[in-house]
Design a protein around this ligand. Structure first.
Ligand SMILES: [Zn+2]
Length: 411
C-alpha cells in the first residue's frame, strides 16, 4: 500500500470508528491526494487527551479487544491502549522487523530481561516478534542476576533484551561470582528504556561502560505503548529506523515546522493499520533528531536519534534547563557507582531541587570528590546527596511493580 493511501485510510478509520476523533476531526476535509498537507492542518492529540478521554479512543466494540495494555507511566497516570487480534499481529510483525534490523533471526536464542506481565506491551511485543521470526525465547523477566546467568550459560543464549542499567548490574554480578561473561555465547544486547547514545550518535557513558567491559553488540531502540511500533538501529547504528508501514512520523520544531535532516524536534506520530486505539498526530513529548539521508545499510526509511529529553522532564535551575541525561552521564561515568537514583522536587522558592541517592560504600571515598567537581563543571549545581545500602537502593531503582529502572522521580 502506498504511504499516502495508508495514512489516508488511518485518518478516515479513526474518524469513523473512534468517538474521540469523530468529534475532533468532523469538520476537516481530507482527501487521499492531498493527505500530506491535509494532515498538517489537523489538531494534535496529547497525552492529556488520551488520559482524560481514554475510553473515547476505543475504535472497536469491547468484545473485539484481545489485549488491554497500559502505558509505562513515565509521565502522568497510566492509560489503557486497546489491541485487537489484528493489532497483536501488527505488533508481532513490527517486532520481527525491528529485531531483524539488528541482524538477529531464526536460530538465535533470546533472553527477555524485562517484564512481560502487568499489562506491559514491550515484553509481549518482543515475545510475539521472536515467535514470528522462528527464534527461541527465554522469559526470565527483570532482576535476579544469578538466574539470568544460569540460563545464559545453560541455554547458550545469543541475544539479551534488557535495560542498559541492568547490564551494569549483570556484569558486576559476573565479576563477583567468577562467571566468564566475556566468553559467553551472548552476541547482541537489544537495549530498551534508556538512551545508549550521545546526541552525535556515539555511545554515551553508559554504553561505553558496557562495551569497555564486554565485547557485545549494543542496539538501541525507541518505542512507546501508544505507537505500538519501534524504531530500531541497524548495524550502522546511526539512529533507529522508522517502520513506515506501521507509523507516519513527523518531527516538529518548536515553531511547529518539520525538522530537516539532522535537526531536532518533538516526535509526533500517526498510527497506521491499528484497529483498537488509532492515534492521529499524537504528541509523544519526546525530543530527538531526525535523519532523512539514506542509511549505509541500504534502507531509505527515516531514522531518529536518541531521545534528547522529554518535554515534561526538564529541570529548571537558576534560569537554566537541565535534562536528566546530563545528570545520568555524571553517575554512569563513575565505575565505582553501580546504582543511583535522582529525585527532583520543588524547594520553598519554587525552584527544582535535585537529590541523588547513592550507595553508602562510596560516601567517604575519593569518588565523591570527582562527582562533586563533575557536577560543578557540567551541571553548574551540586545536588544534595543521600547515602543508602546498595541492596536497598537497587530495590528502589529496579522496583518489582514497575517496568523500567526508576532512575529519576519528580516529586
Ligand atoms: Zn540503517
Amino acid at each position: 500500500m502506498s504511504s499516502k493511501k495508508a495514512l489516508f485510510e488511518a485518518i478516515i478509520y479513526a474518524r469513523t470508528h473512534s468517538p474521540f476523533y469523530a468529534e475532533k476531526l468532523s469538520s476537516y476535509h481530507i482527501t487521499e491526494d492531498s493527505v500530506d498537507t491535509d494532515l498538517q492542518r489537523l489538531p494534535f492529540t496529547t497525552k492529556e487527551d488520551l488520559s482524560e478521554r481514554n475510553r473515547d479512543f476505543l475504535a472497536v466494540p469491547v468484545s473485539r479487544v484481545a489485549e488491554y495494555v497500559t502505558t509505562s507511566g513515565t509521565s502522568g497516570s497510566p492509560v489503557t491502549v486497546f489491541l485487537t487480534k489484528n493489532d497483536l499481529l501488527r505488533l508481532a510483525q513490527n517486532e520481527k522487523a525491528s529485531l531483524s534490523c539488528t541482524g538477529a533471526g531464526s536460530g538465535d536464542v533470546f533472553q527477555l530481561m524485562t517484564t512481560i506481565d502487568r499489562q506491559f506491551m514491550a515484553g509481549l511485543a518482543y515475545y510475539l516478534g521472536v515467535q514470528e521470526m522462528d527464534a527461541g525465547m527465554i522469559r526470565i523477566g527483570p532482576g535476579v542476576p544469578a538466574l539470568q546467568w544460569k540460563s545464559i550459560l545453560e541455554n547458550n543464549v545469543t541475544v539479551l533484551i534488557a535495560v542498559p542499567s541492568f547490564i551494569i548490574t549483570l556484569i558486576d554480578y559476573a565479576k563477583n561470582n567468577g562467571i566468564n561473561y566475556q566468553h559467553s555465547t551472548v552476541k547482541k544486547i537489544i537495549c530498551i528504556g534508556e538512551a545508549l547514545r550521545e546526541d552525535d550518535l556515539s555511545l554515551n557513558i553508559l554504553g561505553r561502560r558496557i562495551r569497555a567491559d564486554w565485547d557485545v553488540e549494543l542496539y538501541s531502540t525507541y518505542a512507546s505503548t501508544e505507537m505500538g511500533a519501534a524504531f530500531t538501529e541497524c548495524e550502522a547504528r546511526k539512529g533507529g529506523h522508522l517502520n513506515a508501514d506501521l507509523l507516519h512520523l513527523e518531527v516538529l520544531k518548536e515553531d511547529g515546522t518539520p525538522a530537516q535532516n539532522g535537526e531536532s524536534g518533538e516526535i509526533v506520530i500517526t498510527t497506521l493499520g491499528t484497529e483498537g486505539t488509532p492515534l492521529v498526530r499524537y504528541r509523544t513529548g519526546d525530543l530527538a533528531r531526525i535523519y532523512t539521508a539514506p542509511c549505509s545499510c541500504g534502507r531509505t526509511s527515516p531514522r531518529v536519534g536518541p531521545i534528547i529529553g522529554r518535554k515534561n522532564q526538564m529541570i529548571k535551575y537558576k534560569g537554566t534547563t537541565i535534562f536528566p541525561n546530563a545528570i545520568y552521564e555524571i553517575f554512569d561515568g563513575q565505575s565505582a557507582v553501580t546504582c543511583y537514583k535522582v529525585e527532583v522536587s520543588k524547594d520553598y522558592l519554587g525552584n527544582d531541587a535535585i537529590t541523588v541517592l547513592l550507595e553508602k560504600k562510596i560516601e567517604n571515598s575519593a569518588v565523591m570528590q570527582h562527582i562533586v567537581s563533575d557536577c560543578q563543571a557540567k551541571l553548574k549545581v551540586v545536588p544534595h546527596f543521600v547515602f543508602l545500602e546498595t541492596d536497598y537502593l537497587r530495590s528502589q531503582v529496579f522496583k518489582k511493580n514497575i517496568r523500567k529502572p526508576e532512575k529519576i522521580v519528580f516529586k
